[in-house]
Design a protein around this ligand. Structure first.
Ligand code: PMP
Length: 358
């Protein structure tokens, strides 16, 4: 058997048909494509971090429970009895963990679309079926379509991102309650962008036995650390923990996250600055003729350009050294681009480049 036939004989057909997640090469570019915080760590934190890392025991495996970090976070969140948390190597790993835990041929993962792509990618990678329920024209939840789809497909898992990526808006809270109440399985509210919306569903956690909350440090300024966590009823978290790789959070991440989270005010003040810049960028984009920009509660803005112009504008920005995200090919988002809020200088460069292209 030649090498190619052997590979085709043994790899799962779904894997052979899928593609690697593509991340563009951003070296040398102004990077406004991935919702990172554009600011470096403040100096005071950087110094404390360097001190803490000096004695990092890299010859040892990390604490498999990340106990110090865990205790800090549980205390900060004031997590009630009966609730628990589990860490992931970014929330991407938690989405994968959920898919592994719930996988089965006849199982469905359901989410509003357009939404975060990894819900679909990881469900399908594990052989589950993904059902996307289109958002309304203003990107609001179509509650009756969601409830109908839940009744029809009986999903093992429903994702609701709040704020939603890539649209940036918040969903109606009553609609979310109705969905959680109607879902036969788990509902994960993904709060990746909550640092910019000042709204969290943490208060709902004790109220539903099927609700989990997912968060990440990535958007707050620590994308390089890769740390996400899932909060929810201990019974669910304990089962998920059986599938977690024992050392998924490395020594450096555990130390660094602890140092930074001990002084949350530093990153919170950066988030406030980003929100102010978002409002200025929103207003400036809105003044450009041919552009319509959507209100956002996240650290990015979705905007629509004249029909058929998305590719040209994306490419033109790239030629001027600016990388954003082209959403062409995403159903419902033809002619849409997404820009992460950068520093005031980066935003100005982006706007100037865009004006030149238009
Ligand atoms: N959820 C949402 C809604 C996201 O947009 C992202 C990143 N784009 C993630 C989760 C994953 O974040 P991370 O793996 O960096 O924690």
């Amino acid at each position: 058997m030649d090498a190619e036939s052997r590979l085709r004989r043994w790899l799962r057909p779904q894997l052979l048909q899928s593609q690697s997640y593509h991340v563009p090469d951003s070296r040398g570019l102004i990077k406004l494509d991935a919702m990172e915080n554009p600011y470096a760590l403040p100096d005071s934190l950087r110094e404390r971090l360097l001190d803490a890392l000096r004695d990092a025991p890299l010859n040892r495996y990390p604490d498999p429970q990340a106990r110090e970090l865990r205790e800090l976070l549980i205390a900060q969140l004031g997590l009630a009895d009966g609730l628990d948390l589990i860490f992931g190597n970014g929330s991407d790993e938690l989405i994968q963990l959920l898919a592994i835990a719930l996988a089965g041929e006849d199982r469905v993962v359901l989410a509003p679309t357009p939404g975060f792509v990894m819900y679909k990618v990881l469900a399908e990678a594990l052989g589950m079926r993904f059902v996307g329920v289109p958002l309304g024209p203003d990107f609001s939840l179509d509650k009756s379509a969601m409830l109908e789809a839940i009744a029809r497909h009986q999903p093992a898992l429903v994702y609701l991102a709040y704020p939603n990526n890539p649209t940036g808006n918040l969903f109606d809270e009553q609609a979310m309650r109705d969905i959680i109440g109607a879902a036969p399985g788990l509902v994960v509210v993904d709060e990746a962008y909550s640092p910019f919306s000042a709204r969290s569903f943490a208060g709902w956690l004790g109220q539903y036995d099927n609700l989990l909350l997912m968060r990440t440090l990535s958007k707050q300024g620590l994308a390089g650390l890769r740390l996400g966590y899932l909060l929810g009823p201990r019974a669910w978290i304990q089962e998920l923990d059986k599938l977690r790789l024992p050392y998924n959070i490395n020594v450096l991440t555990q130390i660094a996250a602890r140092v930074v989270l001990e002084q949350p005010a530093e990153l919170e003040s950066q988030a406030r600055e980003i929100c102010e810049s978002r409002q200025r960028l929103f207003a400036a984009l809105g003044r450009l003729s041919g552009i319509s920009v959507h209100p956002s509660d996240a650290n990015f803005l979705l905007f629509r350009v004249p029909a058929g112009q998305g590719g040209r504008i994306f490419q033109g920005l790239l030629e001027q050294g600016i990388l954003i995200k082209n959403l062409h090919g995403t159903p419902g988002l033809e002619d849409c681009l997404r820009v992460t809020v950068g520093t005031p200088q980066e935003n100005a460069s982006f706007l100037q480049a865009l004006e030149r292209i238009l």
